[in-house]
Design a protein around this ligand. Structure first.
Ligand SMILES: Nc1ncnc2c1ncn2[C@@H]1O[C@H](COP(=O)(O)OP(=O)(O)OP(=O)(O)O)[C@@H](O)[C@H]1O
Length: 259
């Protein structure tokens, strides 16, 4: 049986001046899975997700999301995806509730349906008590949650999340996780980026490992992990950093060292 592909990327390149951020990557991300794009700081994850979601034009390459070309058919694609980008910009002078009402109407949903979905999302994400507060007064975790609610409101087929758990406390992280697990269980696809391997290992069933603009490994989590005891170990082996102790150079650092 052939696997449905949610996101297909071919020969994707992005260069910023002399810096190659994404060096001609190919990917086929299966539909209905919880997919992690992992890699160290500066690997090219945000650049890749920005190109895949139509926010940043690639230098070369093709991106298809649920069968539509992102750059030739952007309206078709944008109707089918939800995005929680890095450095999320929100309408700060709206309340959380108003933000969802606005987003839902922008998405073309009927008003009564927007209200119903917004009330449920606020409730599930534990934001009901803060729904009449201005977004500018939200904490980092609350901003991630209202951003997630806005990204889910139109029930997208594929949800892209750039570092969704950064700055989020364990209770809120558990809440977000529950919502995402329920969403993928219904057949939708989540693609999220993170440099926290433990998180990816505990959430994802499919991973792509990105290093210095290239994909080093991709596939079901168990295949990428291989015989390694954890994804973190497998990752360190893939990037050839196992056992490195660069901190030993800092011999001046610490209370016992000479000033
Ligand atoms: N607008 C830009 N102008 C210049 N260089 C950029 C720009 N955006 C990204 N880069 C560079 O491209 C490379 C990849 O950056 P990117 O933000 O995609 O990495 P990342 O994997 O998301 O990292 P992190 O986990 O730290 O967010 C880095 O070397 C970065 O400095």
């Amino acid at each position: 049986m052939s696997v449905a592909i949610a996101v297909r990327v071919q020969g994707l390149w992005k260069r910023f001046g002399p810096q190659v951020a994404v060096a001609g990557i190919d990917l086929a991300l299966p539909a209905g899975r919880f997919i992690g794009l992992v890699g160290p700081n500066g690997a090219g994850k945000t650049t890749t997700l920005s190109m895949v979601t139509g926010l940043l034009r690639p230098d070369h390459g093709v991106v298809e999301v649920v069968g539509h070309d992102v750059w030739r058919d952007p309206v078709e694609v944008k109707a089918r995806i939800g995005v929680l980008p890095e450095g999320l910009r929100l309408f700060e002078r709206l309340t959380g509730r108003e933000l969802l009402s606005y987003t839902g109407r922008l998405r073309g949903l009927p008003g009564a349906e927007v209200d119903r979905r917004a009330a449920q999302l606020l409730d599930v994400l534990d934001l009901a008590g803060a729904q009449h507060k201005l977004v500018v007064d939200y904490s980092t975790g609350m901003r991630k949650k209202i951003g997630l609610a806005a990204a889910l409101l139109h029930n997208p087929e594929v949800l892209f999340l750039d570092e969704p758990f950064e700055g989020v406390d364990p209770v809120s992280a558990q809440t977000i996780r529950g919502v995402l697990e329920r969403y993928t269980a219904s057949g939708a696809t989540v693609v999220f980026s993170s440099h926290v391997m433990e998180l990816v290992e505990s959430l994802c069933d499919w991973v792509a490992v990105m290093v210095a603009g290239s994909i080093r490994a991709h596939g079901p989590l168990a295949d990428v992990r291989g015989d390694a005891p954890s994804l973190q170990k497998a990752f360190l082996e893939l990037v050839g950093a196992n056992g490195q102790d660069t901190a030993s150079d800092l011999d001046w650092l610490g209370g016992g060292a000479a000033r």
